[in-house]
Design a protein around this ligand. Structure first.
Ligand SMILES: Cc1ncc(COP(=O)(O)O)c(C=O)c1O
Length: 383
């Protein structure tokens, strides 16, 4: 055995993969750990989604390989979803590529567009997979600052001052994880203008557009976006289907084709039952989103109470699946999180795993039943 690839030296085991082993150990010791770390919806998908999966799975003809681009009905359902919710028209034959979650798309996009020596703009703080995928592709990640005083939006003057000649991709993610910054039409316009002026492919990662947000937005609705932008999206959070692994990439046909070249060498299609379930999920009406958000809103109010008991400052006007909170008195977020876990058996995420600008912050997930959040509140009150 002559050793591992050089590219592995640039990536680390995912934080949660390590930390959840620690949480599992505490649980095995009989500790009742309340896990507020991860954004994996605990609520079930709509009944019609499960029915579509079950019916399809019972059919004799559902079990063979599926096409690399998904069945036409799935692409049509995604197209209709973009039209209904974001007022964006897409050609289902050429401008939509179903994926096994948007996370795989981040890697495929990186493989399709990057070579060694290329550079990529990555949000700090932001989802760690952008940098990991960039490094796996041999490219160089350049972090761009998002700061609370700027509502966690890019500073375009600072970006324009960079040498952008080697920058091929800029990752953006609004509604933003972990901060919950909403992103506005004006922000998307500035991002598209920046991409066009500097010939940088913009990729908006958009899995949170429906969570505690009444006006879901797509960057593809912005004039000029078709030229320079792609969008990743997913049913993981929107339809409580994180474990199903359904997402997609949308945008210009030749860009989608490039990603298909990579993807078609990596997997052999998505199980038909999952595709049928996804179609049912994409067709859910407004009532689904209202019900989901009523539940998340109740949970959020309780988490805000918990954050206040922990003497944390919470950003106002945030959306999405998390509460992002600032620790007072320059305490270290790593120590704060470790102490909460070891003393109160409550697990939350330290902001610094999302980049250096997350230092001093922590993230609470809303994917926790009310009863457990109330239990966490009681544990803190009993200090
Ligand atoms: C910003 C962001 N992008 C992408 C993903 C991956 O989502 P999916 O389940 O669609 O792969 C996540 C998951 O937590 C996320 O927070």
């Amino acid at each position: 055995m002559k050793g591992f690839s050089k590219r592995l030296a640039h990536v680390q085991e995912y934080y949660f993969s390590q930390k959840l082993k620690e949480v599992a150990k505490l649980k095995a010791e009989g500790k009742n750990v309340i896990n507020m770390g991860i954004g994996s919806p605990d609520l079930p998908p709509h009944r019609s989604v499960i029915e579509a999966l079950n019916t399809t799975a019972s059919s004799k003809h559902a079990h063979g390989y599926q096409g690399y681009q998904g069945i036409p009905a799935l692409r049509e359902a995604i197209g209709q979803f973009y039209q209904d919710h974001y007022q964006v028209r897409l050609n289902p034959d050429s401008e939509i590529l179903p994926l096994m979650g948007s996370k795989e798309g981040i890697v495929h996009v990186s493989m399709a567009f990057l070579d060694e020596g290329d550079e990529v703009l990555i949000p700090n703080p932001g989802y760690p997979t952008y940098a990991a995928a960039c490094k796996l592709a041999g490219a160089h990640a350049i972090a761009y600052d998002l700061k609370e005083e700027n509502n966690w939006e890019p500073d375009f003057e600072a970006l324009k001052a960079l040498d952008l000649t080697k920058v091929k991709i800029m990752w953006v993610n609004y509604p933003h994880m972990p901060t919950g910054s909403r992103g506005s039409k004006e922000l998307f316009q500035k991002i598209i203008q920046f991409g066009l002026e500097n010939d940088v492919l913009i990729v908006n990662d958009n899995p949170y557009s429906f969570i505690l947000e009444n006006e879901p937005k797509s960057i593809l609705s912005i004039s000029g976006a078709h030229e320079i932008a792609l969008e990743l999206n997913s049913l993981s959070k929107t339809a409580n289907m994180a474990g199903w692994r359904v997402g997609w990439l949308a945008g210009r046909a030749d860009l989608i084709d490039a990603v298909l070249k990579v993807k078609s060498n990596m997997d052999s299609g998505m199980f038909l039952g999952i595709q049928r379930g996804a179609i049912a999920a994409l067709s859910l009406g407004k009532g689904w989103y209202t019900g989901l958000n009523e539940e998340y809103q109740r949970r959020k109010m309780l988490i805000l109470e918990l954050a206040s008991l922990l003497d944390l400052d919470v950003s106002k006007g945030a959306v999405g699946m998390f509460v992002w909170a600032k620790i007072k008195n320059n305490q270290s977020e790593i120590e704060f999180v470790d102490r909460l876990l070891s003393e109160k058996y409550i697990f939350i995420t330290p902001g610094s795993i999302f980049g250096s600008n997350g230092a001093g912050y922590v993230r609470f997930s809303l994917c926790v039943p009310e009863v457990q959040i109330r239990e966490a509140i009681e544990r803190i009150k009993s200090i």
